[in-house]
Design a protein around this ligand. Structure first.
Ligand SMILES: O=C(CO)[C@H](O)[C@H](O)COP(=O)(O)O
Ligand SMILES: [Fe+2]
Length: 220
């Protein structure tokens, strides 16, 4: 099973964002966290900045929306040319219509579930989506610890995806280190988001890499 890496620019240096986008250009995707200070208690960036990142990024955009009213906003992020747009399942009014709108605008559609959200209702949506994101931390902040209790849910999602025969990706996001990436992949993840372990907790690129390569991931 191929494993894709999607570094999160939440831990990049926003003043030097174009530089930091190029420092991960051997990864597969770039993960862009959009937070609105309503769905989560943190505020990051919005549509105009995602549009601009789309113009300069060497990698396809993996946009992760942690916002209220994704039914209104998510299709607009898809229209920027984003490769993938993930909405938070708990915030969506009509997930099926929303997934169709995202796909209709040319992006892959994905649904994210928080650590305490049951996965089963979302497995009915496998025909309509291209990826499930199992959050392995409470959404809102980088640098948190991986919640191991989410692993049974990840395995349930893997089993349902495999049984469906559909090419639906399974992403994890939050607390990924050199240790937890192994746990996540062993439990079925094929797409890995990593912020602080790639860029460093200080918001600067990981000095241990010494190159433009995204790895090795830094533990802790
Ligand atoms: O969605 C997110 C937080 O809500 C981030 O993508 C995630 O936390 C990445 O950061 P780290 O790898 O440091 O945990
Ligand atoms: Fe994220």
């Amino acid at each position: 099973m191929p494993v894709r890496i999607s570094p999160s620019i939440l831990s990049a240096d926003f003043v030097n964002l174009e530089r930091d986008l190029h420092r991960i250009d051997t990864a597969d995707l770039v993960h862009v966290d959009v937070m609105d200070n309503h769905f989560v208690p943190n505020l990051t960036l919005g549509l105009p900045i995602v549009q601009r990142i789309q113009e300069v990024s060497p990698l396809p955009l993996d946009v992760h929306l942690m916002i209220d009213d994704p039914d209104r906003w998510a299709p607009l992020y898809a229209e920027t040319g984003a490769f993938s747009v993930t909405f938070s399942g708990e915030a969506a009014g009509d997930p099926t219509t929303l997934a169709r709108a995202i796909r209709g605008a040319g992006s892959r559609a994905a649904v994210a579930v928080k650590p305490d959200t049951a996965i089963e209702p979302w497995l009915d949506l496998l025909d309509e989506i291209d990826m499930i994101l199992v959050m392995t931390v409470e959404p809102g902040f980088g640098g948190q610890s991986f919640i191991e209790d989410t692993m049974p849910k990840l395995r349930a999602a893997r089993e349902a995806i495999d049984a469906s025969g559909r090419d639906v990706w399974l992403e994890v996001d939050g607390g990924i280190t050199l240790e937890t990436i192994v746990t996540a992949v062993e439990n079925g993840a094929d797409t890995i988001v990593a912020g602080s372990s790639v860029y460093g907790k200080g918001g600067t690129p990981n000095p241990s890499t010494g190159s433009r390569h995204f790895g090795p991931l830094r533990a802790g």
